[in-house]
Design a protein around this ligand. Sequence first.
Ligand SMILES: Nc1ncnc2c1ncn2[C@@H]1O[C@H](COP(=O)(O)OP(=O)(O)OP(=O)(O)O)[C@@H](O)[C@H]1O
Length: 684
Amino acid sequence: MEMLKKDIQYIKGVGPKKLSLLKKLKIFNVEDMIYHFPRDYENRSFSKKIIELKPGEKVTIYGVIVGQRQSLKVRKGLNINRYLVKDDSGFISITFFNQPYVKNKLKANDSIMLNGKIKMGLQGLEMVNPVFEVVNQGENPTLDTIVPIYSSTDGFTQNQMISIKKNILQMVNDDVVEYMPEIIIEKNKLCGLNFALKRIHFPTSLQEVKIARYRLVFDELLLLQLVLVRIKKKVISSKNSIPLKNNEGLVQFINHLPFQLTGAQKTVLQEIIKDLEDVTPMNRLVQGDVGSGKTIVAIIALYKAVINSCQGALMAPTEILAEQHYTSLKQLLEPMGVRIGLLIGSLTKTKKLELLEKIKEGQIDIIIGTHALIQESVEFQRLALVVTDEQHRFGVRQRAILAEKGENPHILVMTATPIPRTLALILYGDLDISIIDELPPGRKEIKTHGLTQEEKERAYEFAKKELNSGRQIYVVCPLVEESEVIEAKAATDIAEELASTFFQDYTVGLLHGKMKTKEKEEIMKKFTKNEINVLVSTTVIEVGVNVPNATMMIIENAERFGLAQLHQLRGRVGRGHSQSYCILLHNNKSKIAKDRIKIMESTNDGFVISEKDLEIRGPGEFLGLRQHGLPDFKIANLLKHMKVLKRVQSQVEEILQEDPLLSLDKYPSLKTKLEEKFKGFEGI
Ligand SMILES: Nc1ncnc2c1ncn2[C@@H]1O[C@H](COP(=O)(O)OP(=O)(O)OP(=O)(O)O)[C@@H](O)[C@H]1O
């Protein structure tokens, strides 16, 4: 075990220069080096005779060094060593550029095995900078036939990397402690840890790669799943929340809503209500596609807190959204006598202090704000429920802040990025999950079309028809990731242009991130009331904005947006009964952009779209593991290893049945490994 923690600088082959390169790769000790796995393998098991070689191919050959080394000093900084090698079919020259150490390794009459690329040189065929191994008389060559290829080895040749790995594995000498309980190993048909760690680097066959990889992927996913579930259990068992048992007036409230809840909304609501009535804090995620009606579910939950003489907080990702929630909550809940407050940056100091005082005194029942809400010095009188969104998850740390103030509220997290359940379990393993998998009735598919920039007039002509029948439209401006200022400028220009050309007979409004909160509010109010017909906006409208009379969205430079973002944006239309449209204007260049637009044209289903997004972007980026404070995967790939993930999840289920709090006392070595791996990670 000690050996694994040994500093990498003491390893043969690691000088000061290499050391700093390794640090960049986050390799600090022997263990890090072992867990730096090959990206791929090269199969060198096919050897050829020299006479069969052709330029351009990569091959293995066996031969004997003929005569002495030829050394050339062409110029400063360029050192060349050349050998002649023969087999029973012919000769080939072997050239090493800037690898001076070969002269100590290769001498006349050595039998060697070489692997490399064949080139046509001045004197016929040659092999340049091959991988080699001297095979002494009577010995079988031990040069690996399946050779690892490492990524991110800038500053290292593959050979150097391989040689360091070999040194390390030799030192470690199968002494890595097996932490996985025998029973789990057997049940899941795993190979031993030492075997896996050795053979993942130096397998003797591709079958071994598979076996070793399965074990390591299994471990990585299992440990992550265990840590997430453990956090959940720990948070849950830490401290009681206020049980919200009173339901007086809740059913009447639901019955008086302007619409009937969908079946999916009802199911999810029941799950939430059950949680809220318990002393165990709720920690629940509600997944639902855009427009599936998550907000009303949150509102009902908040109302339940209020009828239990408690307070609720609703945290929105943007001020515009906070404002919008404020308006809709007021509409629905003020008639019920609920006192609602909006805490945002634009409040004057006096107003803010006044509001804070009211919250503290319990004169406000539901407080709405952005995520600053919790960080700020807000003191509650009796906070029982916090509703937040997935991007600003309410982690253990925030809970701790509140706990210090004597609160341990129930938490409800909302997300509009629907992802397959298996993935959700990994990403949100610390939360219980509810899914709203049904849209309110009467919704029509949003008709989506890609048009090139040259065809944009057609889009605007069509937009006029919508406007003439009293509907409203959004025009979304190009995304300029690096600069909100440029983005704002672009939006301003587009708004001015449209107001003086295509849409001169209509009122055009402008919305961007650089505007003051008050201005933004003003614009949104006017748009909501249809005093603005065309809203030109940057992506500030991406989340949650709800104006059902808006039936068309034109997205400029749609190729700059990712799939999930396009889906979110498009979700701003199609929120009422009328047919809605989305036009994606694009400079149809890259294949990815084309693919994205095709997908958008072909489906409205958020689950399908996020699966495609996952395929296109790859799981790391898609899931934003680091953003969630989790370590990146070293070997597991959530797309490729879905089956292993399922296996892991059912294994965790089994462990949970015996050990509901996941104390892992029965498996001390697994427990130690888990705690060591996630040391410093919130909640563990
Ligand atoms: N059961 C229902 N029947 C009819 N309309 C509904 C129903 N539930 C919600 N709505 C309406 O559907 C629209 C979208 O609802 P809501 O804003 O809650 O969606 P959301 O899931 O939060 O979407 P997004 O993720 O896009 O913000 C709102 O206008 C809301 O009033």
